[in-house]
Design a protein around this ligand. Structure first.
Ligand code: AHR
Length: 506
């Protein structure tokens, strides 16, 4: 098969907000305990943070991490997670049926963020709590001194304000599973009032309202319209979530998931514009896609039974949702990141869910090794080299149809030009199960000097995964499939392959 990718230097989509390459850490399973925090681990630093895990995260140049949930936040009292550790209460977490000791809390998270050069994104409980909890935590975190909550922070050893800018106002409030689930009317009203009070403290905060938990929700997309009608002028972003499954092993169908994802984003963008017009507002709400990933390998009956049971003893940080991702998941993640890059005018924040041990990019063994899943690598390449201006690519190639989408191009791609470094990077996926695709690049006004780097990810076994015994099964390989000869760039991409190619411009 043959394909053509055309790009024109000045035909850009938008400057990419680096925060689309963010991630998410929840008090769920072993994400925190035995994940990023394990004081007894040989690699633990003076704060009990695992240095091996921090290294894998800083290698990603991770811009932001959302914390502490997720469903976890909807019955969580933030006050339990501050102050002397030995005085913090142990609570039952209703979302994941576990015992939370609060040994790792708000201030530890901020310390961890400072050490890993990550901008914190903090989610507040609008399930069982409301305006009061929101205004108090804001004062505790961001006010310099001279008030009850700010002085308490200083007493806890944190003189400098945490200066958290991004706040998620509730989580998946459209879901019946959520503690304190609300109707769109109830939630939209509440967010508007919470946002108003937070803005009285600091009008420059970035506030995120929870949109649909997925486009499969029965209330979608009315949910978006209704909550924004209440809150359009008081929030900045609407959050979307989406998880993908491949139980049926329908390879090309699974890999076409980015087509419905594009429709999801476009529909929400349209809904934002509808409310904007109705409100006669100048303001443009943007999208925070703050939970996304494949999630199915670990969704077995065992976990479900555990969550449905009445437990007499609630475990602390049990292993939950520890997916091991295969090549197909890795390719899917590549197409999701391409979709964010190709919608960079409206998608400004993205959080792969999650970062460590729970539907993870990084896995750990208690007291032992840490390693990365295949899905880590497309995020790695995009985060490091997908910064700059996203290009409008015209992709001409054969198409196919599946049960979830028609006109799916076998080639999925995004291109990012970095004028400062004079570099251009392409992130390309061949979705075909059988065919190599020979790509010809038609680059107008873009003058290539040389290929700096090119790497591919594939494997003969599309179900191969990185496990603790074989942690390097999926790894990028240096490649030479892209060629720059006589001023012409081309690449012969094998089936079911991810290609990253980085070019120096003249
Ligand atoms: O990421 C796991 C869970 O998925 C989150 O807690 C919740 O927001 C979503 O349903």
């Amino acid at each position: 098969m043959k394909a053509n990718i055309t790009a024109v230097k000045d035909f850009t989509i938008s400057t990419i907000d680096k925060r689309i390459y963010g991630s998410f850490l929840e008090h769920l399973g072993r994400a925190i305990y035995e994940g990023i925090y394990e004081p007894d681990h040989p690699e633990a630093d003076e704060n009990g943070f695992r240095k091996d895990v921090m290294k894998l995260i800083t290698d990603l140049n991770m811009p932001t991490v959302r914390y502490p949930g997720g469903n976890y936040i909807s019955s969580f009292n933030w006050e339990d997670s501050i102050g002397p550790i030995e005085e913090r209460p142990t609570r039952l977490d209703l979302a994941w049926k576990t015992r939370e000791t609060n040994e790792f809390g708000l201030n530890e998270f901020i310390t961890w963020c400072r050490k890993t050069n990550i901008e914190p994104m903090y989610a507040i409980n609008l399930g069982t709590r409301g305006i009061d909890a929101a205004r108090n935590i804001l004062e505790y975190c961001n006010h310099p001194s001279g008030s009850y909550w700010s002085d308490l922070r200083i007493k806890h050893g944190y003189k400098q304000p945490h200066d958290i800018k991004m706040w998620c106002l509730g989580n998946e409030m459209d879901g019946e599973w959520q503690v304190g689930h609300k109707t769109a009317d109830e939630y939209g009203r509440l967010v508007h009032e919470v946002a108003k009070s937070m803005r009285k403290f600091d009008s420059s905060l970035e506030l995120i309202i929870a949109g649909s938990s997925s486009e499969a929700m029965p209330t979608y997309p009315d949910w978006e319209r209704e909550i924004l009608e209440h809150s359009y002028d008081s929030v900045d972003y609407i959050a979307l979530h989406k998880y993908w499954t491949n139980y049926d092993k329908k390879t090309t169908s699974y890999l076409s998931s980015s087509i419905p994802l594009q429709e999801y984003i476009s529909t929400v963008e349209g809904t934002i514009d509808y409310v904007k017009a109705k409100k006669r507002s100048k303001k443009q709400i943007k999208i925070s896609f703050d939970e996304w990933n494949p999630w199915y390998h670990s969704r077995d009956m065992q976990t479900q039974n555990f969550l449905d049971k009445n437990l007499s003893e609630w475990p602390k940080a049990p292993p939950l949702y520890e997916d091991m991702y295969n090549i197909l998941d890795t390719l899917l993640v590549g197409t999701v990141l391409n979709t964010f890059i190709n919608n960079s005018h409206i998608v400004k924040i993205g959080c792969m869910a999650q970062l460590v041990n729970v539907i993870p990019a990084i896995s750990t063994v208690k007291g032992g090794i840490s390693w990365v899943q295949g899905i880590y690598y497309p995020l790695y390449f995009a985060s490091l080299y997908g910064r700059g201006e996203s290009l409008q690519l015209k992709i001409d190639c054969p198409k196919y149809s599946t049960d979830i989408a028609d006109d799916v191009k076998y080639i999925d791609a995004s291109g990012v030009i970095n004028n400062e470094n004079k570099e251009l990077s392409f992130f390309i996926i061949n979705r075909s199960e059988k065919n190599n695709i020979n790509i010809n690049f038609n680059l107008k006004d873009i003058h290539i000097d040389n290929i700096i780097d090119q790497q591919i990810i594939n494997n003969e076994d599309m179900y191969a995964a990185n496990t603790k015994d074989k942690p390097k099964t999926i790894q990028p390989q240096k490649s030479s499939i892209a060629q720059f000869i006589n001023n012409q760039l081309s690449a012969n991409l094998p089936c079911l392959t991810y290609l990253f190619v980085r070019l120096k411009l003249k």
